[in-house]
Design a protein around this ligand. Structure first.
Ligand SMILES: CC(C)(COP(=O)(O)OP(=O)(O)OC[C@H]1O[C@@H](n2cnc3c(N)ncnc32)[C@H](O)[C@@H]1OP(=O)(O)O)[C@@H](O)C(=O)NCCC(=O)NCCS
Length: 142
């Protein structure tokens, strides 16, 4: 498994997000302005892209938003999602982040809880899908 970092949304990430969020989950507004200011990660297995996520700097000093975390179905429950989020957290911390925030689908909140995220704020929805804000303190850059 190997992770590559991109500063422009790569085709590999676009492809995974289309398969997971658009085809599998039914989202329509998948690509947005945040893609243009995000760092994108793609994790591959023997050259095959299997997971992606993005992160970008939030409005509040030191806060980074990690999102669009998608693992191809056949690679789920093997630690791949945890691994790519951990890499994004590391890069965000290196960029000066002290806190990571996710706008989690409520059905995936258990995944983020396992990674140390705690809920805050009011639940809301995106395209009719219930979401919850969750955050986690990042280890300072060593
Ligand atoms: C949610 C998702 C990213 C998790 O990725 P994954 O590779 O399957 O997760 P991991 O194997 O790294 O799981 C890490 C831990 O979280 C747990 N976990 C994974 N998905 C979970 C879920 N939906 N609810 C509760 N716990 C979950 C795992 O059991 C594991 O626990 P363990 O450490 O005790 O074994 C993946 O299922 C996915 O891509 N789903 C579709 C897209 C999506 O919903 N993304 C999230 C948008 S907010």
């Amino acid at each position: 498994m190997m992770t590559k970092v991109y500063y422009v949304l790569p085709e590999e990430a676009k492809d995974i997000r289309e398969k997971v969020f658009v085809e599998e989950q039914g989202f329509k507004e998948e690509f947005d302005a945040a893609d243009g200011v995000s760092v994108h990660l793609v994790l591959s297995d023997s050259g095959k892209p299997v997971a992606t996520c993005r992160f970008f700097k939030g409005d509040e000093e030191g806060v980074y938003l990690i999102g669009r975390i998608a693992v191809m179905p056949e690679y789920r429950k093997k630690g791949v999602g945890a691994s790519i989020v951990s890499e994004a957290e590391k890069l965000a911390a290196e960029a000066g982040g002290r806190e990571s925030v996710v706008h989690a689908q409520t059905r995936a909140s258990g995944f983020y809880a396992k990674l140390g995220y705690q809920p805050f704020g009011e639940p809301d929805d995106e395209e009719g899908v219930p979401h919850i804000w969750m955050r986690k303190a990042l280890c300072p850059k060593s």
